[in-house]
Design a protein around this ligand. Sequence first.
Ligand SMILES: Nc1ncnc2c1ncn2[C@@H]1O[C@H](COP(=O)(O)OP(=O)(O)OP(=O)(O)O)[C@@H](O)[C@H]1O
Length: 268
Amino acid sequence: MLTIELEKISLAYGENTVVRDVSFRMLPGEMVGLVGPNGSGKSTLIKSLSRILSPIRGRITANNCDISRLGRRELARLISVVPQTPWLPSAYTAFEIVLMGRNPHLGTFQYESEKDLAIAWEAMERAGVQQFAERRISELSGGEIQSVLIARALAQETEGILLDEPTANLDIGRQIEVLDLIKEECHRRHLTVIAAIHDLNLAAHYCEKLVLIRRGELYAFGSPQEVITTDNICQVYGPGSYVHEHPLTGLPAVLPRVGNVKNGDGCR
Ligand SMILES: Nc1ncnc2c1ncn2[C@@H]1O[C@H](COP(=O)(O)OP(=O)(O)OP(=O)(O)O)[C@@H](O)[C@H]1O
């Protein structure tokens, strides 16, 4: 069981500080959605959680241990990453990419065992990508590659998963399948999951908690009902949309403000 905590972290590219004093906590069995406009700092936060980028101030802990103290392999056994724009060896098959998820569990010069192959195959089945197993990764579509990377994260058998826009290249049917899968794994294995998601309605539907980022600062953190309000959405995204209660789920739903929308809770 993994608790991840960000304690007043600031992140920079060279002299340019793009994330300032962000704090929040992620608990086991909880799916946290990272939302905010383009360029607000979501991917940068994901990079800091996978230690691609170290905080210039503050710290990130995994079960109270500063992640900067963990070795690369130790961190990779704890947290897997589904990146937005991955570099992948184009000659590898989808199965070989998924099998890479077993690397943190292997010793130096150790080959994958039958058990590793079985875990990779099962992860492909769970992610619904077994039909691509023998295809080269360079021959798959963006959406297919994204699903293969989710299978790789499952094969890694970590307690935490970071996903940077896991549904970005997917059609609506596949978006739902992928988010259903992540949610199910999150509950079944008590995973700690954080996903940067642009679609606020999907984020509200699937995530227990949302982190709303504006210009590198934490604007709101809490349940979808607490975070997705017309006021917050207008302040962060501008006046082009409004929030109403979804008639079936009771969750907040965001709609474009087209025409003469009458909504007492509008933007100020
Ligand atoms: N490698 C980099 N070098 C310098 N600046 C960067 C780099 N990557 C991102 N930035 C800047 O950091 C800020 C935050 O970018 P980030 O990619 O974290 O935003 P985001 O919220 O993920 O955006 P989007 O929703 O468009 O993917 C932006 O101003 C961006 O231009």
